[in-house]
Structure formats: structure tokens, C-alpha cells
Design a protein around this ligand. Structure first.
Ligand code: TRP
Length: 334
């Protein structure tokens, strides 16, 4: 039997190279082998964007276009919108009885995110909302609503998966074997650093290359990438291992060319500007087919709408069936 994959992504912005190499390429491989549900997690996005609903709304279409443009195949993956499946919200309420508040406060992912969102949740998290604190519960509902067995995620998400597994075990121990325990699969790539060497990439940091960036933007971003500070003159030898241009070459440049880049850099035979130009050329080559696909879908709005609608319909059917079993187990199938 084909296993079911469920993963989600928050519609809060366009995808960048970090998403492509960290998540999307992995999903593309998995879409060939699994029954794949890909959730556009708008309800989850609202947990820390409740005061900015238009941001979430506008990014749904952007995200779907990005996903289609990288080669997520709508014939293989059910792309659906979280808020269109009320069963998920219903399940979240049921599961909230199976989780203690202190356990949620101890969840490392929640803790980290609260610390990063001082503006929203206060310096010590004193203004954290019930909804945000509970989003691991809602994520457990996302997964189990579709009997997701395999959940591809980044490392930062592992505590959420552990919390989901705990909820599943607790549910099964009280109401009888009903839910499947999901297994996380980590994407094998390391998290991509920004062009400035920052561990985090983001729009506001200006250190990420987005799939929708045009040539001029890419040119500007790569030109400002951080290189070996000891290299002053064009033919000074340098250390590629501390250069973000080389770091990106390692990701997008063919192996033989890459060896050349490394050797020439170390020997002082390659100026940073030329090196950056070569990276820009390779980035454009990488993005070319992605841009083409995006253009197609931008021009076929009805087709995109239909993809989301069909994905959501399949998700609805599965959620309904599953909900029946869950309500039976909980003795609320009146
Ligand atoms: N929390 C995930 C993230 O921020 C997104 C997500 C929502 C998700 N629902 C999910 C991931 C279910 C895996 C499974 O990246």
C-alpha cells in the first residue's frame, strides 16, 4: 500500500532558494512514491499574523504558484487549503484535552518562536495567545486528519512531530487504536545560509534569493554577498570556505567548474567580481525553467484555481472519512 505523506507550509511569503534546496526538491522526489497531501497552512499562518490577514490571503496564490513552478505536480500531489477543511479545526479541539499547557510551554519550537516574536507576544512571552501556544495541537490535527504516516520537515519542526506522536499515543490509549503515529523525515540538505552568512534567510534581511527575483535583483544581491575580508585586491589568494559566494557555488555550480572556482580562489587567480558573475549566470540557469513554469501558471489562472479546488476536494473526502472513525472512537458519533 502506498504510504501517505502530509506536510504543510505557511503562506507568509514567496519561496527562496532555501525552500527549494531544503524542502521542495525533496518533495519532488517523494511525489513519485507517495500519496501526497500538501497543506497551505493558512490557519497556522494566522496564529502569528492574526493582525495581518491580507498578508496571508495574498500569499496563498503566490505560494501555490511558487510550488507549481518548482515542479510540484498537481497530478501527484493534493494541494489544499487548511481553512477549507473544518475537520482540522474540530480535531484540534478534541486533541486539546490530551495536551497539558505546561507541555506546550516546554515545546522548544514554540519557545524559540515566542522569543523571536517579542513585538507580538511580549519580551517574556507574557502576551502569547492561546492560539499560538496551541499551534502544535493544530499541527497534530493537520497530520492525523489525513492519516499522514510520513512527514517531511526541517529540523526545527521535530519537537512538533514529537508532540504529535504523544497526542496520538494518548488518544489511542484512551479511545482505542485509531490514529497512526507519524514519522518525520528530515530533508537531507542542511539549512541554507543567507548571502551575508546569516543562519536565517528572509525578505527583510535582504539576504535571500527568491524564486521570483528578477535578474537585476539577483545581480544586486549576489554583488553584496560576503566574501573573505582578507582579500583586498583582485589577485590576492583567499579562503573559499569563509566566502558566501563559494558557499552558493557549492549549491548551484557543476562539480568540475566548482573545483576550478575553489582552486582559482585559493591561488589568487580569480577576482571576486568575476566569481560573482559566474554565480549569477549559474543562478539564472537554475531559475530559468522555474520562471518559465511560473509564467505558464500566471497566465492560466483558472487552471491554478482548479488545482487548488481539486486538491481540497480530495482532502475533504479523506478528512470526512477519518473524522467518522475518530468520533466513533470518542463516543461522540451521535
Ligand atoms: N509548521 C510548519 C512550518 O512552519 C508548517 C506546517 C503546518 C506543517 N502544518 C504542518 C508541517 C503539518 C508538517 C506537517 O514549516
Amino acid at each position: 500500500m502506498t504510504k501517505t505523506i502530509l506536510t504543510g507550509i505557511r503562506p507568509t511569503g514567496n519561496l527562496h532558494l532555501g525552500h527549494l534546496f531544503g524542502a521542495c526538491n525533496n518533495w519532488k522526489k517523494m511525489q513519485e512514491e507517495y500519496n501526497f497531501f500538501l497543506e497551505i497552512a493558512d490557519v497556522q499562518a494566522l496564529t502569528d499574523n492574526f493582525n495581518n490577514p491580507l498578508k496571508v490571503r495574498q500569499n496563498i496564490k503566490e505560494l501555490v504558484l511558487d510550488l507549481l513552478s518548482v515542479g510540484i505536480e498537481p497530478s501527484k500531489v493534493h494541494i489544499f487549503i487548511q481553512s477549507k477543511i473544518p475537520e482540522i479545526a474540530e480535531l484540534t479541539v478534541f486533541y486539546s484535552n490530551l495536551v497539558t499547557v505546561s507541555r506546550l510551554f516546554r515545546n522548544p519550537t514554540v519557545k524559540n518562536e515566542v522569543a523571536q516574536k517579542k513585538e507580538l507576544f511580549g519580551n517574556n512571552g507574557e502576551s502569547i495567545t492561546y492560539g499560538f501556544l496551541g499551534y502544535p495541537v493544530s499541527q497534530a490535527a493537520d497530520i492525523t486528519c489525513f492519516s499522514g504516516e510520513v512527514v517531511p520537515v526541517g529540523e526545527d519542526q521535530l519537537p512538533l512531530l514529537e508532540q504529535c506522536r504523544e497526542i496520538v499515543r494518548k488518544f489511542n490509549s484512551i479511545y482505542g487504536e485509531t490514529l497512526k503515529e507519524p514519522n518525520p523525515v528530515l530533508s537531507n540538505e542542511k539549512r541554507l545560509k543567507g548571502l551575508d552568512g546569516n543562519e536565517k534567510m528572509g525578505k527583510s534581511l535582504g539576504n535571500a534569493i527568491f524564486l521570483v527575483d528578477d535578474d537585476e535583483t539577483i545581480q544586486k544581491k549576489v554583488m553584496s554577498a560576503v566574501t573573505d575580508p582578507k582579500k583586498i585586491k583582485k589577485d590576492d589568494p583567499a579562503n573559499p570556505d569563509i566566502c558566501m559566494v563559494y558557499y552558493y557555488h557549492k549549491i548551484v555550480t557543476e562539480k568540475e567548474d566548482l573545483e576550478n572556482v575553489c582552486k582559482e580562489c585559493k591561488n589568487g587567480e580569480r577576482g571576486c567580481v568575476a566569481c560573482k558573475q559566474e554565480l549569477i549566470k549559474n543562478l539564472k540557469e537554475l531559475l530559468e525553467p522555474i520562471r518559465e513554469k511560473r509564467k505558464y501558471y500566471e497566465e492560466h489562472d483558472e487552471e491554478v484555481k482548479k488545482i487548488i479546488e481539486e486538491g481540497t476536494n480530495v482532502a475533504k473526502e479523506v478528512a470526512k472519512e477519518n473524522m467518522k472513525k475518530i468520533k466513533q472512537a470518542m463516543e461522540i458519533d451521535y
